[in-house]
Design a protein around this ligand. Structure first.
Ligand code: ADP
Length: 737
């Protein structure tokens, strides 16, 4: 039967209304107010009971609309009365008289409503009349208060309507109150769950070794706090966010978002651009997302709303992002965001710790590798040296002695190179490298480096092409250090290029800089390693087998530091393994007039003069070796093992030169030098320190004590010759103030 046939609302105005019973009404309302004080879920029942009694109805009730699996239904919250069925049952909106009243928004009276709403006929007896009044909660009509007459003895009138309307206002207030109470309870429960989760995560971070398990916990908490359907956690790496843990997305979407940068239309991109939480409440209505592949991925994963929160370290550095997504349009509440921020701080700590752990593990790994390589490198030259010594001890002819000598010289100089690198390494890591800057011609340093590496290049039968486009390259710098850098790059080029390969060095001036290019046709460097090879202890793993020894993986680190100290830069290029490499050194040029192309050229003394040399050295072997060396050059030598006996010897042996160890027992070399300087002979004797201490402060100490030269052990013959070459002590270069 059509609805209009059962609706008789107009009757309410036509029927004579009974007189109001104010006394009964106010009694009922007072009782209601009392019940309100106790404010529990039964309060609605009181309203219904009041309706039942004031309207003298057979049944009364309150229905509230709610969602059940996506459809709107009415639940009979309370229905006191004699013949109640289906209490707490649900009725779909469209099949329910209350739904109809909600749609119309005004009270309705119906006669035999079961004729239209057939389900009502299940009630026995079926209702004769039903008066239904709607009520609002928070401005939205959500429920009804109703009364039913089950037989013809009762017909509702305007007075019943008035009573029911005032009761519907009570129901409205009560429902609003109950709703608010439920929200508070819900928020409290979630806050409690949230803080329990956060506690579990912080405990997990302390206990858990498996960082991935903690990532999973963070995702759990993210989903729970935000009541989200999916979540992802990203780490910032080189300006890109890379996904490290996720859940709830389609695997293809997770792959698609594996790496996200600042240009992305997703909230992650927005977060990278703004540095703040970025949310999209509805992906289908977002201008930035419209027409992007990201929107397709959101659709594939069924995501309609999404937010991305920055993960910031305690020092304020952006480390990553924590994102959540929802299957329906959604905006998180302020409370949720606040709790989420706490979670984000925990996640940031975790990422920071993971990064530090990783850096430590890598450093430790590199150190262990370095120690292994060092052991190997140091042992290598010792084997031929030992063998050489054994041969020398036996019967040998002159020819093989020459061969053995040159082999031993090669190995010793290799060992010395390693020791020099190690000393440099320790100075560099302690930031103690000082440059001895003078005006110089960089071409001289290049020539010196070429001269140093020529033997290696010749030995490897490589072709060396040198193109120097400028006559001079004037600059301020430390000539020896610059030579060291260029020689390092050149010898690497020789080492990492096959026998018979090509090496090309060019130098030119470009916009105020000297640019030295060293290119080789060698084994090249993989793209991912072009920067790491400049790190301490780093060697390209594929190269290790080929280099044939001779490297500790620190040469380039030292070179870069030295070039940077000169205000320059150094970088490597290569098209990959097998494609050769190119190293580019840029150094700022100076305009100062060159004092010398001599920065590095050491004056060879005029004719060697026979000198009288006193050696004061406590190590008997070193003293003996020095004596053999100086006498082999043609000088006369005497030795003393400590300061006092050396000073005593001065009375009988007037030396031109004193070769003086610094770490002597009793009286230190500094003290001996000071005493000698105070003696008459002190005015003309050349005092040369022969010591293991080569730091700048040691040189300064020596200079103050009156030393002229400072040689670090082991002493090379050419260095010694230079020191003894008859240069007058006033012209001595290396300790001149
Ligand atoms: P090493 O003592 O091992 O040569 P370096 O610091 O000088 O140490 O170089 C670091 C690493 O860089 C080398 O081990 C090698 O793998 C790579 N490398 C350096 N120069 C070259 C080059 N010219 N060609 C190919 N690889 C090179």
């Amino acid at each position: 039967m059509p609805l209009e046939a059962v609706l008789i609302t107009g009757e309410l105005n036509r029927r004579p209304a009974r007189a109001p019973e104010f006394e009964a009404e106010s009694r009922a309302l007072v009782a209601l107010l009392k019940a309100l004080k106790e404010a529990d879920a039964h309060i609605l029942e009181e309203v219904a009971k009041t309706a039942l009694s004031l309207c003298r109805a057979h049944t009364a009730g309150i229905s509230v609309e709610e969602e059940d699996h996506g459809r709107k239904v009415f639940r009979w919250r309370v229905a006191p009365g004699s013949r109640v069925v289906r209490l707490h049952g649900i009725n779909p909106h469209e099949d329910s008289p209350s739904g109809m009243v909600l749609d119309r928004g005004t009270p309705q009276l119906m006669a035999h409503p079961e004729r239209h709403f057939v389900k009502l006929s299940e009630n026995s007896p079926p209702p004769v009349e039903a008066l239904i009044v709607p009520f609002d909660v928070g401005g939205v009509t959500v429920g009804t208060v109703w009364v039913i007459a089950n037989d013809e003895t009762l017909h509702f009138d305007r007075e019943d309507l008035r009573l029911l309307q005032s009761l519907s206002e009570c129901a409205s207030v009560i429902c609003e109150m109950l709703q608010r109470e439920a929200q508070v309870q819900d928020a409290l429960a979630r806050e409690r769950d949230g803080s329990q989760l956060l506690q579990a995560i912080s405990a997990g971070m302390i206990r858990e070794n498996d960082v991935n398990a903690v990532y999973e916990q963070i995702l759990d908490a993210a989903v729970s706090i935000m009541r989200a359907d999916c979540a992802g956690m990203q780490m910032l790496d080189d300006g890109q966010l890379s996904l490290i843990a996720w859940r709830g997305f389609h695997p293809d979407s997770a792959r698609f978002w594996q790496s996200v940068d600042v240009d992305s239309a997703t909230p992650c991109g927005g977060m990278l651009r703004t540095g703040q939480r970025f949310a999209i409440a509805d992906t289908e209505h977002d201008e930035l997302l419209a027409g992007t592949a990201d929107l397709d991925e959101f659709r594939r994963s069924g995501v309609r709303a999404v937010q991305s929160t920055p993960l910031t370290s305690r020092s304020g550095q952006l480390l990553g992002a924590l994102s959540t997504g929802w299957h329906a349009p959604h905006e998180p509440t302020m409370d949720e965001c606040q709790l989420f921020d706490v979670l984000s701080r925990l996640a940031a700590d975790l990422i920071e710790r993971a990064k530090t752990d990783q850096a430590l593990r890598e450093a430790d790994h590199r150190k262990n590798e370095f120690l292994a390589v060092l052991g190997h490198e140091l042992r290598n030259p010792l084997t031929p040296l030992l063998a050489g010594l054994e041969v020398l001890e036996g019967d040998t002819n002159v020819e093989s002695i020459d061969e053995i000598h040159s082999m031993m010289r090669r190995q010793v100089s290799h060992l010395m190179g390693l020791v020099d690198d190690l000393l440099d390494l320790s100075r560099i890591t302690q930031g103690k490298v000082n440059l001895h800057r003078t005006p110089l011609d960089l071409r001289v340093a290049i020539d010196a480096a070429l001269e140093q590496t020529k033997p290696l290049i010749e030995e490897r039968k490589q072709t060396l092409l040198v193109e120097q486009f400028e006559r001079v390259l004037p600059m301020e710098g430390d000539g020896e250090r610059l030579t060291q850098v260029i020689a390092n790059i050149l010898s690497n080029a020789a080492k990492y290029t096959d026998i018979g390969g090509r090496i090309h060095l060019s130098s030119r001036s470009e916009r105020g800089h000297a640019v030295i290019r060293i290119r080789d046709s060698g084994i090249g460097v993989p793209a991912g390693q072009l920067e790491t090879i400049f790190e301490m202890f780093t060697q390209v793993p594929e190269h290790r087998a080929r280099s044939g020894g001779g490297g500790l993986g620190i040469g380039l680190a030292i070179s870069r530091r030295l070039v940077e100290l000169h205000g320059g830069s150094i970088c490597a290029r290569s098209k990959g393994l097998g494609c050769g490499s190119e190293f580019l050194i840029r150094l700022p040029l100076g305009t100062s007039v060159l004092r010398a192309r001599s920065g590095l050229r050491h004056e060879r003394g005029a004719a060697q003069r026979r000198q009288r040399i006193l050696i004061i050295e406590d190590n008997v072997d070193v003293a003996k070796a020095l004596r053999v060396l100086v006498t082999s050059i043609g000088h006369v030598a005497q030795t003393a093992q400590d300061g006092p006996s050396g000073i005593k010897l001065l009375e009988t042996f007037t030396p031109d030169v004193l070769l003086l160890d610094i770490g002597l027992p009793g009286m230190s070399g500094y003290e001996v030098a000071r005493r000698v300087r105070s003696m008459p002979i002190g005015a003309r004797v050349l005092i040369v320190a022969v010591t293991g201490w080569g730091q700048d402060c040691d040189r300064e100490h020596a200079r103050q004590a009156g030393f002229d030269h400072h040689l670090t052990k082991p002493i090379r013959r050419d260095e010694l010759e230079r020191a003894l070459s008859g240069v007058h002590r006033a012209a001595a270069a290396d300790l001149a103030s």
